[in-house]
Design a protein. Structure first.
Length: 281
């Protein structure tokens, strides 16, 4: 008797399973096909958009942001379509989506601030892709400006991800916005050195470098009586891309010019005076 009851229960479960498969199977299959097809279409649209942006030479900063934004919007539309295909009523889905959106919005206030920061960056353009900036303790070249974050590659090839909200609401230095930069050198010469001769030697050395601009012309100032040296500040103007090469090359050239002209660069030194009391030797 129990055996017959078990058989009957299994038959009922089997029939219900078959009914559910026929009832929801087609919708589930359609939703799966829609998801896979939608994923392919999204990738295709992103590629087409990228090609169009490159063809019309749109600012790379806008390109990366638009791609990220379009991808997010298309995925939301796709997920809504899949849910509708599964039989979820649109009004119910919108209500659920609204409630979830409110909860997510409260939980992700920082992300919303980052999105707003990204919009502000693209509108006011304090920097662009490729610019060298200093922000949030990082110095490097901007690789991309996405919906929520900006990626900066620093000089030892590490990629730092900075929230757009922090970039938009805090101070930031853009080293690439102007076409020229000033190069500052600091050198010291021994006490007793002829400063006029030293200034002439330095300016003649800088004049040999064609990367250094003649207007404004290079200058050499005596700035400080150091503990062991007379301190000089050298200033000249170059194109942004030439800043560090000019600095490194001319520091070495100035050192060689000092040696050729017998201008001494002193080591740190101290004068010690010892006073004896009366009767001491």
């Amino acid at each position: 008797m129990d055996y017959d009851l078990s058989i009957d229960n299994l038959s009922i479960i089997k029939e219900k399973a078959i009914d559910l498969a026929f009832q929801f199977g087609p919708a589930l299959f359609k939703a799966l096909i829609l998801l896979l097809l939608g994923r392919y279409v999204i990738r295709l649209l992103i590629r087409l958009m990228t090609s169009a942006l490159e063809k019309y030479e749109i600012d790379p900063s806008l390109s990366t942001f638009f791609r990220s934004f379009l991808s997010a919007v298309l995925w939301v539309i796709l997920l809504i379509s899949v849910a509708t295909t599964l039989g979820m009523e649109m009004t119910s889905f919108v209500a659920i989506l609204g409630a979830a959106g409110l909860a997510v919005g409260l939980a992700l206030q920082g992300s919303l601030a980052n999105f707003a920061g990204g919009v502000l960056i693209l509108v006011f353009k304090p920097f662009r892709v490729g610019d060298t900036i200093e922000a949030q303790g990082t110095i490097g070249a901007v690789e991309s400006i996405d919906i929520l974050y900006t990626k900066v590659r620093n000089f030892d090839n590490k990629v730092v991800t900075i929230p757009n909200g922090a970039l938009a609401n805090n101070s930031m230095t853009n080293y690439s916005q102007k076409p020229t930069r000033r190069v500052d050198f600091a050198v010291g010469v021994a006490y007793g050195t002829d400063l006029k001769k030293t200034r002439k030697v330095i300016l003649e050395t800088l004049k040999k470098d064609e990367r250094i601009h003649e207007d404004p012309e290079p200058v050499v100032y005596f700035t400080n009586f150091g503990d062991s040296s007379l301190d000089l500040t050298i200033r000249c103007w170059v194109d942004v891309a030439d800043l560090w090469p000019v600095y490194w090359d001319n520091m070495e050239a100035i050192k060689e010019a000092f040696e050729t002209n017998e201008i001494e660069v002193p080591f740190p030194q101290r004068d010690v005076h010892h006073f004896y009391q009366e009767g001491e030797k």
